[in-house]
Structure formats: C-alpha cells, structure tokens
Design a protein around this ligand. Structure first.
Ligand code: ZN
Ligand code: ZN
Length: 118
C-alpha cells in the first residue's frame, strides 16, 4: 500500500486572491490537499477530517448549498483505495471543503479547509 500517492489537477478559473484568470493547481494527498494559484501562489490548505462510504447525493447536496464562491467539480481516473478498481473519482472543491468520492463504491474522503498562505 502506498501512502505517498499524489493526485495533481488543474482548474482554470479566476483566482480569489489575485483576481486573475489562472490555473489553480489542486494537489491531493492521503491526509491533506492544497489548492495553489499558478499566478500569485496563494495556497489554501485542507486537512482530512472524515473517511466513509457515502451515497451519490452527497455531492449534489454540497453543490446545492449556497456558497460565496464557485464550486469546482472535477473528475479523475484513479485506483480507489477501497474497492481497488480503476475508475472515476469525483472531486468537489468549495472554499470550506474538498470531497473525493469513488463513483464505483462510494468511498469518500472529506478534507476541511484549514488555512490560507499567501
Ligand atoms: Zn492568484
Ligand atoms: Zn471505490
């Protein structure tokens, strides 16, 4: 079992800090996740809070919550920690949470916003 696996994704959008349209680099590790602006370097840190098997509607619920900022919705093909199948992992990023859910088995990781470093 490898704990050092890291997922890296890009989400081009307007940065909440520098206000420029730039790639936001999302790095997801087992215990933490980062979102870093490729233009100004402002970084949001998220820490793992909960691991559980969830119904598909948890992502819909988050998407329908009122939020000051846009909710980012991404997908990544990866091998699930739980069911060991290669499949789509849904990734949802808000200003307060980052959620990763396996579309196959529902295994979900919740990361909560921790701090910003600029
Ligand atoms: Zn920026
Ligand atoms: Zn799975």
């Amino acid at each position: 079992m490898t704990n050092v696996e890291k997922w890296v994704l890009n989400y081009p959008t307007k940065c909440y800090h520098c206000q420029k349209y730039a790639d936001q680099i999302i790095e997801i590790y087992t215990n933490q996740a980062f979102v870093k602006c490729s233009n100004c370097g402002a970084t949001r840190y998220y820490l793992i809070r909960k691991i559980s098997v969830e119904e598909e509607n948890i992502l819909e619920l988050e998407k329908n919550k009122k939020s000051k900022y846009d909710i980012w919705y991404l997908e990544k093909e990866a091998t699930c920690y739980n069911c060991k199948k290669n499949g789509i992992q849904d990734i949802l990023v808000t200003e307060s949470k980052l959620i990763v859910r396996c579309r196959n088995c529902g295994f979900s990781r919740y990361y909560w916003f921790h701090m910003v470093s600029i």
